[in-house]
Design a protein around this ligand. Structure first.
Ligand SMILES: [Zn+2]
Length: 335
């Protein structure tokens, strides 16, 4: 079946010449690579990251480093590039930076794919991997928060890299950014924006994925949904783009409840996208909403809906694909 599909794609490529992003080709190609985001792979990553062995991935803790090693070995295996300044994929953040809230030094993990036409422009996809650690001998596994987003990032990288190897590499660069210190005050993303590997002027967007594996109370009867926060605050163009991609591909219900400027929860400021937004970089925060296990020891891997996690990850993939391959850079609204 796959072979037939490949031949069919090859015929179209040949008949259309070198313009591989012609609309006739775009949708099947996008779907092909989006569908490489696999439930089973997400499961494997998530169960490891949220296991008791990692002791809740507390910022600067010894076991958090195991997550770092897991990411870096994976990106090396995939053949993703490490930034010149951080050849082992890790951006070290000294303990002092965390204002006495961390157990020690900690790291952001950065791996990227170089764009073919606009290599200096970058699409950032971020997810924090730290969580609350342990209290009274109990592990806070943080399966949804945010082993889900961390696993999503790994799958996104794999799909983009596969596309690149098969001749469909992105026109803009894509940086996969695993940030630390989120739970204690968004420190990892703050540090990154103060020490970016692509200048902030060249940073086209931040797609931040934090808690994407669960279903909140409001959506129990119709679970194919995701909250988008911030998508239209800096760029209506970005908002329209993700709406279109979702309409044509993933067909999730996009819920903007938490995007209301006066929303009491103020989630817009509560995850890592905020540090990009304050630098006038368009952002989207992908989020499943809160639930009874939020910041409890009961946020465990067995409660994740992996099919839904895969579907939401595909929306992030397709959004990033469109942004990185479109001729025009995402347009900022007039101030
Ligand atoms: Zn989180």
């Amino acid at each position: 079946m796959q072979k037939i599909l490949l031949c069919w794609l090859a015929v179209i490529v040949i008949s259309c010449g070198p313009a591989k992003t012609d609309s006739v080709l775009t949708k099947p190609v996008m779907d092909k690579y989006a569908n490489q985001i696999k439930t089973e792979d997400l499961k494997e990553h998530l169960y490891l990251l949220a296991s008791d062995i990692l002791e809740g991935r507390e910022t600067g803790g010894k076991r958090q480093k195991m997550a770092v090693n897991y990411f870096t070995a994976y990106y090396e295996h995939l053949g993703l590039l490490a930034p010149e300044a951080y050849p082992d994929y890790t951006q070290l953040i000294p303990q002092e930076y965390f204002e006495n809230k961390s157990k020690g030094d900690s790291q952001n993990v950065l791996a990227y794919i170089k764009g073919s036409e606009f290599p200096n422009e970058v699409v950032v996809i971020s997810a924090h991997y730290d969580h609350l650690g342990m209290k009274d001998d109990e592990v806070y596994n943080g399966a949804d928060d945010n082993a889900s987003g961390s696993s999503a990032l790994m799958e996104l990288a794999e799909s983009f890299q596969m596309a690149k190897k098969q001749g469909y590499g992105p026109k803009r660069s894509i940086l996969f950014l695993h940030v630390t210190g989120e739970e204690i005050g968004l420190y990892g993303s703050k540090y990154y924006t103060e020490h970016p590997v692509f200048s902030l002027d060249s940073t086209v967007v931040d797609l931040n994925v934090d808690m994407v594996g669960r279903i909140d109370e409001k959506h129990l009867d119709k679970k194919e949904y995701i909250y988008l926060i911030g998508s239209g605050r800096i760029s209506k163009d970005l908002h329209n783009l993700t709406e279109k991609v979702n309409r044509e591909h993933t067909k999730l219900k996009l819920d903007y409840t938490y995007d209301a400027p006066n929303d009491p929860e103020n989630y817009f400021r509560r995850s890592d996208q905020y540090n990009f937004a304050i630098n006038n970089i368009p952002v989207i925060f992908f989020f499943n909403g809160s639930h009874e296990d939020y910041h409890q020891t009961s946020d465990t891997a067995d409660k994740i809906d992996f099919d839904l996690l895969a579907l939401r990850t595909r929306l992030v993939f397709l959004t990033a694909w469109e942004i990185s391959n479109r001729k025009e850079r995402i347009v900022l609204d007039a101030k």
